[in-house]
Design a protein around this ligand. Structure first.
Ligand code: SAH
Length: 355
């Protein structure tokens, strides 16, 4: 990208300012915004109602984010598709497209790698490379809509990265994604998942958005959580619950707890009862995710009866808990695994990036 301005990361007001200060009329900005964020043009050359001279000038002046699709894997089990994209600097990110009864959902990455270091997560293995720009988050969705030819109705920021560790870019992305001048995804159909960065959770509560916040809890005592998630050294569960309450008070949106079940680690009856005590007062929904085994890591799923028993305890205590259907198990389900496998395959092939 060099030092060229990233035009697809500019919200409409800023695009207007940018073009007007370069001597263009404001309606040009609207036209261009529509090309980028509604018609999903892959470059300036497609913007046929803008003059050729103007398009060429834009090409010289601005960077235009259009992710290159490196690989698409489709699950034979449920039609889930996993996409591997290349960014303009050669970094790779992955996204997942899932078909549900209520519509199509896309799970996007918010960073290249992650620095949160959760012990069971493939994305954390190599640390953080860099933050994604708003345009790079948006374009995961745009590229997938173009590829599938279907409308995306839900977006979850649950791929690689900690979204609240890339706060400014995430906010711009959320506003542009839900903007009536763009794809106009309903705010209530957008979920942001966090490992629990308390100050940013509180800040997000004050943004006046109606998005769903999901908290990756995974353990019900600080002691156990610290073993699974280094971020638990920084924030205690009590502080997290306070931040959740604040989010609910400010937005009226119920929090979702994510709880990845690992056999012999966090799957006892005491754990389930602990979860009841935390989720009950906040009226949280709980997503139970049988841990996805990662080659380099030692966690395993509990036996199926154990998972159901865990869910039964929640239900008996009036906690709404769903066992997350494991979409795309046959195609490297867990976050970061496709990218990882691709990168090590590429290394084995002597650094060649094509496949
Ligand atoms: N950083 C954010 C979002 C990315 S991870 C967060 O922590 O919420 C999305 C979810 O998948 C999180 O709940 C994460 O803890 C979980 N996850 C990561 N690796 C997993 C694995 N191997 N098995 C099950 N869940 C996993």
């Amino acid at each position: 990208m060099g030092d060229k301005k990233d035009i697809k990361s500019l919200p409409l007001e800023l695009l207007e300012e940018e073009l007007v200060s370069a001597g263009e009329r404001a309606f040009r900005a609207r036209q261009m915004y529509e090309w980028m964020h509604v018609k999903l043009a892959r470059g300036f050359d497609q913007m046929t109602n803008l003059s050729r001279a103007f398009r060429e000038e834009c090409g010289r002046k601005y960077h235009y984010t259009a992710l290159r699709t490196v690989r698409v894997q489709e699950s034979a089990l449920d039609g889930t598709r996993k996409f591997l994209f290349e960014l303009s600097d050669g970094n790779l990110v992955e996204s997942v497209w899932m078909k549900y009864r209520y519509g199509n959902s896309v799970c996007i990455s918010s960073q290249v790698g992650c620095r949160m270091g959760c012990r069971f997560c493939a994305s954390a293995l190599n640390g953080l490379e860099r933050n994604l720009l708003p345009s790079e988050m948006l374009d995961q969705i745009y590229a997938i809509s173009l590829f599938t030819g279907e409308r995306v109705s839900n977006v979850v920021v649950m791929g690689t990265g900690e979204p609240l560790d890339n706060y400014g870019n995430l906010l711009t992305f959320l506003r542009m994604l839900t903007d009536a001048n763009g794809l106009h995804i309903g705010q209530r159909n957008v979920t942001v998942s966090t490992c629990g960065l308390v100050p940013e959770m509180r800040r997000l509560a004050d943004e006046g958005l109606q998005i769903t916040l999901a908290l990756s809890l995974h353990a019900v005592t600080d002691e156990k959580r610290k073993k699974l998630m280094p971020v638990a050294q920084r924030y205690r569960i009590a502080e997290l619950m306070e931040a959740c309450r604040y989010y609910f008070e400010r937005t009226g949106r119920r929090i979702t707890f994510e709880y990845s079940l690992a056999g012999g680690v966090n799957d006892t009856k005491e754990d389930a009862m602990g979860l009841v005590r935390l989720a009950g007062p906040l009226h949280c929904h709980v997503n139970l995710i049988p841990v996805n085994p990662v080659k380099e890591l030692s966690y395993v799923q509990p036996e199926a009866p154990g998972i159901r028993e865990f869910q039964n305890i929640l239900e008996k205590n009036k906690i709404n808990g769903t066992i997350r259907r494991e979409m795309g198990r046959d195609i490297d389900g867990a976050c970061g695994q496709l990218r990882r496998r691709h990168m090590s395959a590429v290394q084995d092939m002597g650094g060649d990036k094509e496949c």
